[in-house]
Write a protein that binds this ligand. Structure first.
Ligand code: PEP
Ligand code: MG
Length: 549
């Protein structure tokens, strides 16, 4: 007699709303291939040495290309690092040690790389000087490159996911998100990842239903099994019974109908009960986001996240590449206000070509405007691209991670230098309020800004000192806590004339719309799929401050 496993209902935190069903695709190696030492025969030594030489040559070539691009587009200091990586890789004593490891110990080239680089890394790390220690980090960087080249890792694991499946993974990294954009999956289940993580907002942006924080997900969900995902309720049914499938199908149809009604009204302006017109714009990272946003009634783009143009690349884009990318992504919003945020990398959004920036505490290190101030060529490239874009678009600029008034002054200064013709209006510039310091010095920052936009995801992270990507401190990460609204309200009281918007995830939650209006927020920038329901919520509220807070 054949036994069927019973159906299984798992619960987690809803990260991105919606219903989906599909066969599971369990991704176990998302954090990189696991490598075990591989023994070889004597007869294979020659072949392994050839593989080692080929991988070394190809990495060496890549490093030359990287160094040239980085020198031209970022900073010559940075390009030197790639040059020194190349020298280290081709160091005769290193190469000799690698060859000996293969020939004497009879292990594969990959295993030799792991063993030898680890030894070298330890040698450097054991030394006292800071420079030697940095070399240890460099060795790790090179070994990862070489190891991947030997393993033939040229495609990302997410590149090979079958369409229509439910992705099951331990966690998603921001760079994984870039690849996710290209696969047609139905939904995502994650073991770890808070609702404020970048991966979370990316899946929301894509309108991909997603549930996170499911305990022991990887151990409990088998591959290629039917799963019904209710990301509104935060439940997933694995191996559903026939009756569960019928009920799920009915629920999917009902929800689709309700959403259709909200969408029919979405093109109308969002006017509060007391007659205040509130602007609802969209957060976008791709052209399909912008298209969906406009269809859904968005009145412009409140946050264009430039990171997508940088992540998943080995070299930074040129001005022309950036302009092309932005023109394509923002095309559907031509004629409407579009707000371009300058590059916000660092912390949990590392760039491959800046991977050597090992900081012990990256969330408190060089991210956002801090990195741009340190590498002004990156900033200039982006401002030049904005300049070119402003010929065809109604552009505004948004500066990420502002903590000091000088952060804004640094950008306005470069903008002035680049904008020589006084007859053309310089785009309006806004500061993102994402740190308590920025909120508390709103008056000084406002002197350099035309508007302020609250990035409540980071504002929450920095207010509670709780990493937005760390599931272990999820309960501290509360973006709708009273302290967050207090900071918002304080800014409004300090600069009552300043246009205020929210572009963090808080803006997309209908239950908090009334409180945000009471804090003086008059622009809501939300993920494209959420525009209709946020507009509907605004129409139910009034702007009277004291009643809502
Ligand atoms: C935020 O921090 O709220 C924000 C909008 O920026 P990001 O999520 O891209 O850091
Ligand atoms: Mg932010």
């Amino acid at each position: 007699m054949q036994h069927h496993d019973p159906s299984l209902i798992l619960r987690g935190t809803p990260i991105s709303p919606g219903l989906a069903q599909g066969l599971t695709h369990v991704l176990r190696d998302l954090l990189g291939p696991i490598d075990t030492p591989v023994d070889i025969e004597h007869s294979q030594v020659e072949q392994e040495l050839v593989r080692l030489d080929c991988a070394t040559a190809s990495i060496s070539d890549d490093l030359v290309v990287l160094a040239t691009r980085v020198k031209k587009e970022i900073d010559s200091r940075l390009s030197e690092v790639f040059g020194s990586h190349r020298l280290m890789l081709n160091d005769p004593s290193l190469q000799q040690e690698l060859r000996r490891e293969v020939a004497d110990n009879l292990v594969s080239a990959g295993s030799a790389v792991k063993a030898v680089f680890l030894r070298w890394e330890r040698r450097f790390l054991a030394l006292e000087s800071q420079i030697a220690r940095e070399k240890g980090e460099d060795m790790r960087d090179i070994s990862i490159r070489l190891h991947n080249a030997l393993a033939g890792v040229t495609v990302h694991p997410l590149d090979q996911i079958p369409p229509g499946c439910v992705l099951v993974a331990s966690r998603l990294l921001p760079t994984d998100s870039v690849f996710l954009a290209h696969c047609a999956i139905a939904g995502v289940l994650l073991e770890h990842g808070s609702s404020g993580s970048h991966a979370a907002l990316f899946v929301r942006q894509l309108g991909l239903p997603c549930i996170s924080g499911i305990p022991d997900l990887m151990g409990r969900v088998p591959d290629a099994t039917l799963a019904l995902l209710d990301a509104d309720a935060g439940t997933v049914t694995v191996r559903p019974k026939r009756t569960q499938q019928i009920a799920f199908h009915r629920l999917t149809e009902e929800k689709a109908r309700a959403y259709r009604v909200a969408r029919e009204n979405a093109r109308r302006p969002a006017v509060t009960r007391d007659g205040v017109t509130v602007s609802v714009v969209a957060n976008v990272g791709s052209s399909s986001d912008t298209q969906l946003a406009i269809v859904n009634g968005a009145e412009g783009v409140g946050l264009y996240r430039m990171e997508q143009a940088y992540l998943g690349r080995m070299t930074p884009p040129t001005t022309t590449e950036l302009v092309d990318e932005m023109t394509q992504v923002l095309a559907a919003a031509k004629g409407l206000p579009v707000c371009v945020r300058l590059l916000d990398v660092g912390a949990d959004k590392p760039l491959p070509f800046l991977a050597f920036f090992a900081e012990s505490n990256p969330a408190l290190g060089r991210r956002g405007i801090r990195l741009l101030r340190e590498y002004p060529e990156l900033l200039r490239t982006q401002l030049r691209a904005v300049m070119a874009l402003s010929r065809d678009f109604d552009v505004r600029i948004l500066v990420p991670m502002v903590a000091l008034p000088e952060d804004m002054a640094a950008v306005t200064e470069v903008l002035r230098q680049l904008w020589p013709e006084p007859q053309t209006a310089v785009p309006k510039i806004g500061a993102m309020i994402e740190t308590p310091a920025a909120a508390l010095s709103a008056r000084a920052i406002a002197e350099h800004a035309d508007f302020l936009s609250f990035g409540t995801n980071d504002l929450t992270q920095y207010t509670f000192a709780a990493d937005r990507d760390n599931a272990a401190v999820e309960r501290y990460f509360n973006d709708s806590a009273a302290v967050i609204f207090r900071l918002l309200r304080l800014v409004h009281d300090d600069v009552p004339q300043m246009p205020l918007s929210v572009c963090g995830e808080l803006a997309g939650r209908p239950e908090h719309v009334a409180k945000l209006l009471a804090c003086g927020i008059r622009t809501f920038s939300v993920a494209a799929p959420l525009v209709p329901i946020v507009k509907a919520a605004i129409r139910q509220c009034s702007c009277c401050p004291d009643r809502a807070l």
